[in-house]
Design a protein around this ligand. Structure first.
Ligand SMILES: *[C@@H]1O[C@H](CO)[C@@H](O)[C@H](O)[C@H]1NC(C)=O
Length: 339
């Protein structure tokens, strides 16, 4: 009997020890690759009459019902999704299907939301069966009711226009180094946000500036001296323009293009005019920080509220950050969108 009670006490003590520890691990785990193996497939617009964009999909190779994230890349979707491989695989490995439309037609008509509405319709009717045919798990499901939109750079302008047109089932908006205007230099004037006005849609939003977004490259080629993300067209314009609960987690030491895969020859021109991170943690840490922030936000507003600590407490975050928040009526904002 004494032995049994001792055992019982030991178990209770052990559990008490494990509990807080595992919670911390849970926070740190978001910045590491997730539990699922992933696969990437590409749909070619020339093979499918109903779509006018190529679509890259990163998804988990597993049975389950996984939320969907639409991602618009830099230059309004003109940078291919493969340029964001580590980041997008990171997100997919945590149980998300990431859909990345791409079309080389810059500047084009990407800032009118209709094409994305059409693409959504194709995705909701056809994506799952095609993924299964292309080698994903036969028991894969896509949770179309839990949808997120995400962008990098001017890709956020596209998503911002989309949310003006429709909320659909979107639960949250994730912006990495957002830039407004048709081109990054602001030559063509067409904006999603007109300060000091705010947008019409109310949605939980995560803005992740790179601290060097508005710093021009060190050796601008051909006299090009504008930064990749001019201050007045970028991060704070979007943060101020949102009306819902909004976090801004500024990765102070990194530059506008540091999240891209290294060695992308066709992006060299773009890279040359963005200031970039030097010394200290390598860019791999930055990509994991971004992936971890995205999944902490997406899970956090869909019920795992404790993960929002990864957006709110810089002690949890693997790179140096400056954090701002607004519009929080309670500690646990919940995914939703009203227009
Ligand atoms: C982000 O941090 C950098 C470095 O501290 C700063 O220069 C920049 O203005 C910040 N960005 C925003 C949007 O606050």
């Amino acid at each position: 009997m004494a032995f049994r009670s001792l055992l019982f006490i030991l178990v209770v003590v052990a559990l008490a020890w494990i509990q807080p520890g595992s919670c911390q691990d849970d926070l740190a785990d978001q910045f590491l690759p997730g539990p699922y193996e992933t696969q990437t497939v590409v749909f070619d617009k020339d093979d499918i009459l109903a779509i006018d964009h190529n679509i890259y999909v990163y998804g988990p190779l597993a049975a389950g019902n996984f939320p969907i994230i639409y991602f618009s890349s830099s230059l309004a979707g003109n940078v291919p999704a493969t340029a964001y491989k580590v980041l997008l695989e990171h997100i997919a490995s945590h149980g998300y299907v990431v859909v990345c439309p791409a079309k080389l037609n810059w500047p084009g008509t990407e800032y009118e939301a209709q094409w994305l509405i059409d693409l959504h319709n194709w995705v909701e009717s056809n994506l799952l069966i095609n993924l299964i045919n292309m080698g994903f798990d036969a028991e894969l499901k896509i949770d179309f009711a839990t949808e997120f939109v995400m962008g990098h750079s001017a890709g956020n302008h596209v998503m911002c226009e989309y949310l003006k047109a429709t909320c659909g089932n979107v639960q949250g908006f994730i912006m990495m180094s957002p830039v407004d205007g048709v081109d990054e230099l602001g030559i063509i004037k067409k904006f999603c946000i007109e300060p000091p006005s705010q947008v019409s849609f109310n949605i939980p939003t995560l803005v992740i500036p790179a601290g060097l977004d508005s710093v021009p490259g060190i050796a601008p080629p051909k006299g090009l001296t504008a930064p990749c993300a001019p201050e007045e067209l970028s991060n704070r314009r979007f943060y101020d323009g949102m009306i819902g609960p909004t976090w801004m987690v500024n990765a102070t030491g990194y530059g506008h293009a540091d999240l891209l895969e290294p060695g992308l020859v066709d992006l060299v021109d773009e890279l040359k005019y963005c200031a970039f991170h030097e010394g200290g943690d390598p860019d791999e840490v930055y990509r994991r920080f971004l992936g971890g922030s995205v999944v902490s936000f997406a899970k956090g507003i869909m019920g795992e509220c404790n993960l929002l600590q990864n957006l709110e407490d810089s002690a949890n975050i693997p790179v140096d950050t400056r954090i701002e928040m607004k519009g929080m009526e309670d500690d646990c904002p919940v995914g939703s969108c009203e227009n």
